[in-house]
Design a protein around this ligand. Structure first.
Ligand code: CYC
Length: 161
């Protein structure tokens, strides 16, 4: 896993150089938003269950997906879906704190699309639910932190698509 600091240092190291202006600017932005990130992560962890619940209500509930024949039908599959959304929220929060998406590649997206396809989990509906989670989260943490979280929710969606 990388974060904004190791990512900037690694790329300078590869070139055998001190940090250039672009690298320093990235670090300055990251440090300047440090408190924002920590505050957002605190609010998200205190409200994770409600974020997931609201996102499901906004996107999936009472659609064909939750009716017989749908992929969320039966309590077991419904629970698996909720659990997956909670994974996405938790890992997006980690990535937002780190200011870097690499943890999503390593721990979430690796092999996920193949797993979903082999189990018949609908990717379009999953992306809709993640987008709903992005809106609900922005409503909770405010526009600046919401935008930052949005980067990582979108990253998960493009990794699935
Ligand atoms: C931390 C990284 C990680 C991820 C991301 C993860 C995802 C994940 N989701 C799964 C299943 C599943 N995922 C869903 C999800 C959904 N179905 C829908 O219709 C909705 C659109 C959607 C929720 C948004 C469902 C229903 C299953 C169970 C499918 C089945 O067994 O038939 C499975 C198969 C094994 C299992 O059932 O536990 C995995 C591996 N596991 C991990 O360890």
């Amino acid at each position: 896993m990388q974060d904004a600091i190791t990512s900037v240092i690694n790329s300078s190291d590869i070139q055998g150089k001190y940090l250039d202006a672009g690298a320093l600017e990235k670090l300055t932005n990251y440090f300047a938003t440090g408190e924002l990130r920590v505050r957002a992560a605190t609010a998200i962890s205190a409200n994770a269950a409600i974020i997931v619940k609201d996102a499901v209500a906004k996107s999936l509930l009472y659609s064909d997906i939750t009716r017989p024949g749908g992929n969320m039908y039966t309590t077991r599959r419904y629970a698996a879906c909720i659990r997956d959304l909670d994974y996405y929220l938790r890992y997006a929060t980690y990535a937002m704190l780190a200011g870097d998406p690499s943890i999503l590649d390593e721990r979430v997206l690796n092999g996920l699309k193949e797993t979903y396809n082999s189990l018949g989990v609908p990717i379009g509906a999953t992306v809709q639910a993640i987008q709903a989670m992005k809106e609900v989260t922005a409503g909770l943490v405010g526009p600046d932190a919401g935008k930052e979280m949005g980067v990582y929710f979108d990253y998960i969606c493009s990794g699935l698509s």
